[in-house]
Design a protein around this ligand. Structure first.
Ligand code: HEC
Ligand code: HEC
Ligand code: HEC
Ligand code: HEC
Ligand code: HEC
Ligand code: HEC
Ligand code: HEC
Ligand code: HEC
Ligand code: HEC
Length: 434
């Protein structure tokens, strides 16, 4: 053991002397005992690499303890080749034993794919795990660019790491939903790298302002999308969508169904415009407001529909109807709240009013049919409910008024009787008993 490590030190020293970039084992490293409890301690590669304590070649051995592959019984040699049973470096690193050293970036997908595209092998360890990562990867922008010789793109290890690979459901994994955006941003936020590829470098910055990011990171809603939900884990887009532009419908199904029936579906397709993204953006998706239908700065329609055209009239009609229902429900809600604060029983009308608020939500979704009549119908139902609720609040207010007046009157009467009594007492002389 000591001899082998000393030999490694000498070899490393020799490599240094030759001007190659080789690690320099720290003094005393050869005397450091390998961690006895480590499960892979008997494997020569790990033992020696741990003891090397070198900034380049030790971390893989340290990280490997936590690696899913180590936990499944694989060793360094499963990826690097060589002889894991010996503690002699030359023998371990023997090219005749298949030692490959550090794989080139271009060779990484095939290296991982060796096992991950092997259905029979993967099945033995994890029957439900997919085996299409390599084939999907080849269809992605990354995979295509790599095939053309661009080694700056993401390969398997850019997203998963090379050593210390964690199961994807482990919350510490770089591909975990709350972490993946940062993993992508390592490259997609690199201004120079992106400029070289004619891509924007502010994607993460924009995504970080979106409703989706807020739901995912602040509300802990793991069903809210992050980079890979829309772009796919390995392929160019998730398997169930033909293009990234259509990805929204996988979660917002009602909106997508409505949009498909709308006059825009065909018109946008003919113009080569991406559906939802045309009005909502792709990364910086904000909470939509009714002002989207206005002709103001937030308006989404006037870019294509000039004033006086059918589209502009439709926008104006839907805006008017939705705003009317919004105002009516808000006023009714406020009036009922005033009555509640004054101690009146309002549970029933409040419950009724919530149905009008549901209609308002529905009307906002119905916008996606782009048929003003549909919105008008939904709004009409809601307005009737809101008007009734408002009338009930007014009725309660009147009752409250009567009661107040009634109370006032009785107070006056009581006051008058007391005054009369006092006056009567005064009329009686000092010696008389009342
Ligand atoms: C006795 C110590 C020792 C043993 C055993 C050993 N290594 Fe190494 N290994 C080193 C040293 C020292 C270096 C750095 C010098 C070099 O690059 O050759 C290194 C470098 C490497 C590198 C980086 C090579 C490169 O191309 O940059 C890989 C990969 C590696 N070892 C894998 C293994 C594997 C896999 C095993 C077991 C099959 C193993 N090592 C066994 C000492 C050892
Ligand atoms: C699942 C496959 C896999 C396993 C298992 C694996 N490696 Fe690696 N290793 C890689 C890949 C891929 C790279 C290239 C990393 C890169 O390009 O950044 C690499 C790089 C290295 C390097 C060079 C590091 C550098 O920055 O130059 C060393 C040293 C190394 N591995 C040692 C080991 C040792 C020791 C073990 C066992 C404890 C091990 N590897 C297990 C895939 C693996
Ligand atoms: C651009 C980043 C990225 C690249 C490149 C990448 N992966 Fe993944 N990988 C992910 C994400 C994200 C997940 C899914 C995480 C989840 O389900 O939450 C994943 C999941 C996996 C899984 C779990 C099973 C599955 O398919 O869901 C395996 C295995 C895997 N990747 C292997 C690979 C291999 C092998 C390569 C290279 C051929 C690779 N990955 C390339 C990001 C990447
Ligand atoms: C020697 C075969 C082999 C090689 C090479 C290999 N893997 Fe694996 N990997 C497996 C097996 C088997 C599993 C399943 C282990 C389990 O679930 O117990 C696995 C699991 C994984 C997982 C966890 C999947 C999950 O469901 O959470 C990821 C991520 C992963 N590998 C990525 C990689 C990457 C990246 C590479 C290349 C650097 C690679 N693997 C190379 C065999 C291999
Ligand atoms: C190691 C750096 C790196 C990482 C990590 C990375 N990318 Fe990329 N990505 C690139 C480069 C470089 C390109 C430009 C490739 C080209 O020229 O087509 C690119 C291209 C893309 C493209 C455009 C491809 C196309 O079809 O036009 C998308 C989308 C993309 N990446 C998404 C992601 C997502 C999502 C993640 C994280 C899950 C991610 N990337 C992680 C470097 C990276
Ligand atoms: C809600 C879905 C969604 C999320 C989340 C998302 N994207 Fe996108 N992304 C898209 C759509 C849609 C496009 C436009 C694709 C098209 O027009 O074909 C796009 C385009 C891109 C492009 C190409 C940009 C260009 O101008 O050509 C890159 C790179 C990219 N996204 C990276 C990312 C990264 C990195 C993240 C995470 C920080 C991310 N995306 C999050 C949906 C999403
Ligand atoms: C993986 C599922 C998923 C995908 C894909 C997805 N979304 Fe979402 N989206 C959600 C969830 C969950 C929320 C709810 C966030 C919250 O709690 O406020 C949401 C919220 C929204 C909102 C805000 C609604 C509101 O009332 O404030 C809009 C607008 C939106 N998404 C549009 C889109 C668009 C456009 C796309 C495609 C580019 C898209 N979404 C892709 C899941 C998804
Ligand atoms: C032509 C423009 C346009 C297109 C295309 C479009 N929307 Fe909208 N979207 C709007 C407008 C306008 C509103 C705001 C309605 C309101 O609040 O009065 C809205 C609101 C929303 C809301 C929030 C509803 C609420 O309850 O506040 C979601 C979610 C949404 N859209 C998703 C989508 C999805 C998913 C697609 C694609 C299937 C899509 N939108 C396509 C214009 C559009
Ligand atoms: C990117 C351009 C674009 C945007 C933005 C857009 N539309 Fe359209 N819209 C069209 C096109 C193109 C047609 C089809 C016109 C035709 O067939 O003559 C259309 C058709 C319509 C129609 C059917 C009546 C007609 O003119 O044929 C209505 C209603 C409509 N749009 C409403 C809206 C509303 C409301 C908004 C805003 C929320 C909106 N549009 C935003 C391009 C757009």
């Amino acid at each position: 053991m000591r001899g082998a490590l000393a030999a490694a030190a000498i070899l490393a020293g020799a490599a240094l002397a030759l001007g190659q970039s080789a690690p320099k084992p720290k003094p005393g490293a050869s005397g450091a005992a390998p961690p006895a409890a480590a499960p892979a301690a008997r494997i020569g590669c790990v033992t020696c690499h741990l003891a090397l304590d070198d900034a380049r070649v030790s971390p893989p051995a340290k990280l490997f303890a936590d690696d899913i592959h180590a936990k499944s019984g694989f060793t360094c040699a499963n990826c690097h080749g060589g002889d894991p049973t010996t503690e002699d470096m030359d023998a371990a690193h023997d090219a005749k034993k298949g030692f490959r050293g550090k794989p080139k970036t271009a060779d990484v997908p095939a290296l991982c794919g060796n096992c991950h595209a092997d259905a029979a092998l993967i099945k033995k360890y994890n029957p439900s795990q997919r085996v299409d990562q390599l084939s999907e990867y080849k269809t992605s922008g990354h995979g295509k660019a790599l095939a053309k010789g661009d080694a700056t793109v993401a390969t398997c290890i850019s997203c998963h790491g090379a050593h210390g690979i964690l199961p994807v459901k482990d919350s510490r994994a770089p591909v975990f939903p709350t972490r993946i955006a940062q993993t992508c941003n390592r490259c997609h936020g690199d201004a120079k790298l992106m400029a070289d590829h004619k891509l924007p470098s502010d994607v993460y910055a924009k995504y970080a302002k979106s409703v989706h990011f807020e739901a995912l990171t602040k509300k802990g809603d793991l069903s809210s999308p992050t980079c890979n939900s829309c772009h796919g884990n390995h392929g160019a887009a998730p398997p169930q969508v033909a293009s990234v532009a259509n990805v929204c419908g996988t979660c917002h199904t009602i909106f997508a169904d409505q949009f498909k029936q709308s006059p825009h579906a065909k018109a946008f397709a003919d113009m080569g415009l991406p559906g939802c993204v045309t009005c909502h953006e792709n990364h910086e998706i904000v909470h939509p407001t009714d002002a989207f239908l206005s002709t103001g700065k937030d308006g989404k329609c006037s870019a294509c529909h000039d004033a006086g055209t059918e589209g502009a009239r439709a926008a104006a009609a839907m805006y008017r109807d939705i705003t009317a229902l919004k105002t009516a429900t808000e006023k009714a809600r406020a009036a009922l709240e005033r009555e509640a604060e004054a101690g009146m029983l309002v549970a029933k009308p409040q419950f009724e009013l919530s149905k009008a608020e549901e209609d308002l939500t529905k009307a906002r979704a119905d916008v996606h049919l782009f048929r003003p009549y549909e919105v008008q119908q939904t709004v009409a139902g809601g307005l009737t409910i809101a008007t009734t609720a408002k009338a009930q609040a007014a009725q309660l207010a009147r009752e409250r008024g009567f009661r107040r007046k009634g109370l006032g009157l009785s107070l006056v009467l009581i006051g008058l009787s007391i005054a009369a009594l006092v006056a009567k007492i005064r009329t009686l002389g000092p010696g008389e008993k009342p």
